[in-house]
Write a protein that binds this ligand. Structure first.
Ligand code: ADP
Ligand code: MG
Ligand code: MG
Length: 986
């Protein structure tokens, strides 16, 4: 005999630490012991056993729920629990048991525990799906089946109704009908959905009619079962049923299904059965066979191609399968006093604390979402169903308190009684997320730390940028997508297509918003890019010119959109579609997702300046975080944006970016590169110095006394020249016109500069050492700007950073260079030198190891350039790694792209070593991180765990980084200052 009740002895099981609880209304927790252990062969097994005295109080009138049967029963091998009952007031499950019960099942159990009015039922665990996958349908039909039978009969006792069997009398009570619903731990479209009204059959329908039940209700329920069972269990196209239904509507001259009379519905049922026959099937008349077929269909759907693909794409692995929820039906289609609806406990669009949702009178659940009729707003419910509306409000509040979050709820009213059928944490916009988190904390539902954890990076980013007013998950939106590129700079933009910068400026001047569409952008396009609402390019990635410039401005940009086909320079089409888009045609781009839309959707502006809850929220963020967030900014505008977003300084000014921004600047730097003698080099440098001075002045001013760290020239100089191909195809000629050198000379100089491996070539401080005039000019421009601002009464904190240091002598050389210039300037200005800190950028593994020596040599701060440090630690070229990193991730050889997510293992260890060695020499030496990692939440967790003072990221990521740093602080226990790895000092 197999064990019926749960076995309490588990001799070979290791007792785990899981504790599951049953909660009574007043919040007292009664313990249910749960054990998790390993069975034979190491398989994970779960036990649940009810502790004596477990609280099972009903919601109203203190009703004590009668426990229907052994509760959780054991499956075939007598070890692992297969079935988990729930009914109002008690349940064998909690919201924490998502893995086993699925999200729907765990929610039903939780709501039942809370005493909410949930129709009784049971959940067959996801572990059974795993067993089914291993053993096939015999597992369900023979091993699991006795348990299901017993669970159904216990449900019959609870519901005081029975599943219809022939000869059954229905006088005075309706038959027990069931809903069978799938539900995995993660929401998963593509699996079998729901069968409602299971248990109806020809005989049952006849008996119901004979017993005097409303015929309309009976046939309406039956036709729904026939269609749903046909679709999801028998695989008959849904469309066939829908066609018959719409024919019935026209034949009866009604607009809505709910207006069809009983006669028509009865006829429809017959037609539906004919559809079965047409497909070579017959409708299963036996209720228990209906049930077993449905369970099998749910279990099998887990591995259907659509579901498998969905899990692949969303990297969902390690799930057991789907659970099956079998539940007593309640009827929203019962009479005019009935209906079905969905709602959010607060408004998911703007976060307002008011229940928000829709419902349909005289309808069953799927009608509301399928759009067969236009639903009514929930605010109208109070007019027709006052007490149910009030109860729904209460339920929302209660669920919010329990889940500590905004909830999405599905419910049905049967003859005036409210039943709750599903709950989950609700999806919301960024604005709503911030408002809900702050208000819930203010209401005391959650703590401030919990509020900080409730808002994610994507949401906070949304608040920063303009967004489409339309719901981006709607069919209306997705139907308009014509192409996809890289999400280069977030935000939504709408405008008329322009193919040149000139055209963009002209149209903008006339008041027409434009989207600039280019193959790729260059410095000459700057004006047009600035005039445009958004930028769309056919080529280039996340770090292309268009992407970098747009991000700096916070302007939406989609780059590398390979779907764009230029038919000529005035016309494009997208992908395989023939539709031609000309200049002036309106399109929308979504820089957050990379989508291009053939639509003119309204856009709502960023709310960062005006949105009060955001101010409060960010205050909490700043109180919590353990590291400073600075920004990487290369222009006064960037610096200004960064400070407005709450950066506490400028952690990195990439001086070379200042040469890219206008054509004049590009020409000036090329002139310097091409200069073969002292005089022409000096002339070029003087031009550059003027640009630098203005920019540095603006940046220092925007920083308003906060620290500004300028990095001396870093990239190999040939990066400023056109490519070899461009030079040959007219680029050299153009340069020649400007610089006054022969094309031949230009080609030759460029040729001599070419390197096999530029990343490891003449760049960084090597350049500053071998061509010091450039670095000296930079120091001069920066220091002079600082001196002038000081004398004008503006506070400044300037510092200079030496890039790509590998030896102490390199650092000495560059420090002397800086001091030399500072002394010269002091003399020229006839005043003592201003304070200028000089630090080193740690970008090579060697530099990390000699950080102690550098500190001793007088480096006053360090900043990790994690991009180069990653490149050199892995030996992965930043520029060529796309070719193997993606395949590596696909093969499971890498978890993440280390250039996106900082490697918490080796790169972090190198950083840790450097920090300890530096702090051993000077405990208070400032250490920071600059580079793209500083804006990535996962990387910030690693950075936060290190003993650093700040992270610096792009201006548009500052808000995200502040939040991520606060969240890292919430989830970290204590910042542990461990001893460094046992490597003896160099
Ligand atoms: P989904 O996963 O698509 O949300 P559900 O399993 O929640 O699907 O079922 C869809 C709808 O079916 C529910 O919103 C509800 O209206 C209806 N439904 C499910 N179970 C029952 C039930 N026991 N009684 C009445 N209606 C139900
Ligand atoms: Mg649902
Ligand atoms: Mg670098």
């Amino acid at each position: 005999m197999r064990a019926r009740a749960i076995s309490t002895s588990a001799s070979n099981a290791r007792v785990g630490d899981g504790n599951f609880f049953s909660r009574s209304r007043d919040g007292r927790r009664a313990k249910t012991r749960a054990r998790v252990g390993r069975g034979r062969g190491g398989r994970r097994i779960d036990f649940l056993e009810r502790a004596p005295g477990m609280a099972r109080r009903g919601r109203r009138r203190g009703r004590r729920a009668r426990w229907p049967c052994a509760g959780a029963s054991a499956d075939g091998d007598g070890t692992s629990t297969a079935i988990f009952h729930f009914e109002r007031g008690c349940a064998y499950g909690t919201k924490e048991m998502k893995d086993l019960l699925g999200s729907k099942g765990s929610g039903l159990a939780e709501m039942a525990l809370l005493g909410l009015n949930v129709p009784a039922g049971f959940t067959i665990s996801a572990a059974c799906n795993e067993r089914f996958a291993a053993r096939g349908s015999t597992y369900v039909q023979s091993e699991l089946w006795p348990d299901v039978l017993e669970a159904v009969s216990s449900l019959e006792r609870t519901a005081k109704r029975t599943v219809f069997r022939s000869g059954c009398s229905l006088v005075g009570r309706a038959p027990l009908l069931l809903s069978v619903r799938s539900g995995a731990a993660a929401s998963m479209p593509g699996m079998m959905d729901t069968v409602l009204n299971l248990g109806l059959s020809d005989a049952c329908v006849a008996a119901c009619v004979e017993a005097g039940f409303d015929e309309r209700w009976v046939y309406d329920s039956y036709r729904r079962l026939l269609a749903m069972f046909g679709d999801v269990v028998e695989g008959i196209p849904k469309m066939d049923f829908e066609v018959a239904l719409s024919q019935a509507r026209s034949a009866n001259e009604v607009r809505f299904d709910s207006e069809l009379p009983a006669e028509a519905l009865k006829k429809l049922c017959d037609e539906y059965k004919d559809i079965y026959v047409k497909h070579g099937k017959t409708f299963e008349q036996d209720p228990m066979n209906q049930l077993s077929k449905s369970i099998l269909a749910v279990f099998s759907s887990w591995n259907n191609p659509r579901a498998v693909e969905y899990r692949d794409i969303n990297r969902l692995s390690g799930l057991l399968g789907t659970a099956v929820n079998v539940q007593q039906m309640v009827f929203g289609n019962f009479n005019d006093n009935s209906g079905s609806g969905v709602c959010f406990s607060r408004n998911p669009a703007d976060g307002t604390d008011k229940v928000y949702g829709e419902f349909l009178q005289k309808a069953q659940g799927e009608d509301v979402v399928s759009g067969v009729r236009t639903p009514m707003m929930i605010s109208d419910l109070a007019g027709t169903q006052a007490s149910a509306a009030e109860e729904l409000n209460e339920v929302c509040k209660e669920l919010e308190k329990d889940y500590k979050d905004m909830m999405d709820i599905e419910w049905t009213i049967e003859d005036g009684n409210l039943y709750i059928l599903q709950c989950r944490v609700g999806k919301r916009t960024g604005t709503a997320a911030v408002r809900i988190a702050t208000e819930m904390a203010a209401e005391g539902i959650i703590t401030r730390d919990e509020a900080l954890m409730q808002v994610n990076a994507k949401q906070i980013e949304q608040v920063l940028h303009p967004v489409f007013v339309i719901d981006e998950t709607s069919a209306e939106y997705s139907g308009k997508i014509v192409a996809k590129g890289k999400p280069a700079s977030p935000g939504a933009a709408v405008g008329a297509i322009c193919f040149s910068a000139k055209e963009a400026k002209e149209m903008k001047a006339k008041g027409t918003p434009v989207i600039l569409v280019r193959e790729e952008t260059c410095a000459d396009d700057i004006g047009g890019m600035f005039a445009a609402e958004g930028i769309l390019t056919a080529r280039g990635g996340m770090t292309s010119h268009a992407a970098v410039v747009a991000r700096g401005w916070g302007k939406p940009c989609v780059s590398g959109c390979g779907d764009i086909v230029f038919k000529n320079d005035r016309e494009i089409r997208f992908g395989s579609s023939d539709k031609t888009f000309r200049s002036g045609n309106v399109i929308s781009i979504n820089g957050t997702t990379g989508e291009v839309l053939n639509a003119s959707f309204p856009v709502a502006p960023s709310t960062i300046e005006t949105f009060l809850p955001l101010k409060t929220f960010m205050q909490w963020v700043d109180q919590k975080r353990g590291i400073e967030i600075r920004a990487n900014a290369d222009t006064p505008e960037d610096a200004d944006a960064a400070i407005r977003n709450g950066a506490s300084g400028i952690g990195l000014v990439r001086t070379e970016h200042m040469f890219f921004s206008t054509t004049d600047r590009v020409h000036a730097i090329r002139e310097f590169i091409m200069a073969q003698d002292e005089t022409s080099s000096t002339i070029a440098l003087e031009k550059l110095e003027k640009y630098h001075y203005e920019d540095f002045r603006g940046i220092l001013k925007a920083a308003a006394g906060r620290k500004v760290t300028v990095r001396l020239i870093d990239p190999p100089l040939h990066e400023f020249l056109p490519s070899e191909k461009q030079l040959r195809e007219g680029g050299a000629q153009e340069m020649s016109r400007y610089i006054g050198k022969s094309t031949h000379d230009i080609m030759e100089i460029a040729e001599n500069m070419r390197e096999h491996n530029p990343m490891l070539g003449l760049r960084g401080c090597r350049l500053g050492i071998l061509r010091p005039s450039m670095s000296k000019m930079q120091v001069r421009a920066f220091a002079q700007a600082a001196i002038d601002l000081t004398s004008e009464g503006f506070p400044v904190t300037p510092s200079i950073m030496v890039p790509l240091v590998s030896t102490v002598d390199e650092f000495h050389n560059q420090r002397d260079l800086v001091w030399g210039v500072m002394k010269e300037l002091a003399k020229e200005n006839q005043q003592p030198p201003i304070r200028m800190e000089i630090g080193a950028m740690i970008e090579t593994p060697r530099c990390a190891l000699i950080a102690g020596d550098l500190a001793r040599a007088g480096a006053s701060f360090f900043s990790f350039g994690t991009n180069d440090l990653t490149q050199m630690t892995y030996g992965f070229s930043r520029d060529d790694s796309d070719a193997f990193i993606k395949p590596y991730i696909a093969k499971g050889l890498l978890r993440d792209d280390p250039f996106v997510t900082l490697d918490p293992v080796a790169v972090a260890e190198l950083m840790d070593i450097a920090i300890h060695r530096a702090r051993d020499i000077r405990n208070d030496i400032e250490v920071g991180v600059c580079g793209e990692h500083g804006g990535d939440p996962a990387s910030l967790r690693t950075i936060d765990a290190l003993d650093v003072d700040y992270a610096s990221c792009s201006p548009s990521r500052v808000l995200v980084a502040r939040l991520a740093a606060a969240q890292a602080a919430c989830s970290r226990k204590e910042k542990v200052k461990t001893k460094p790895f046992a490597v003896t000092a160099a």
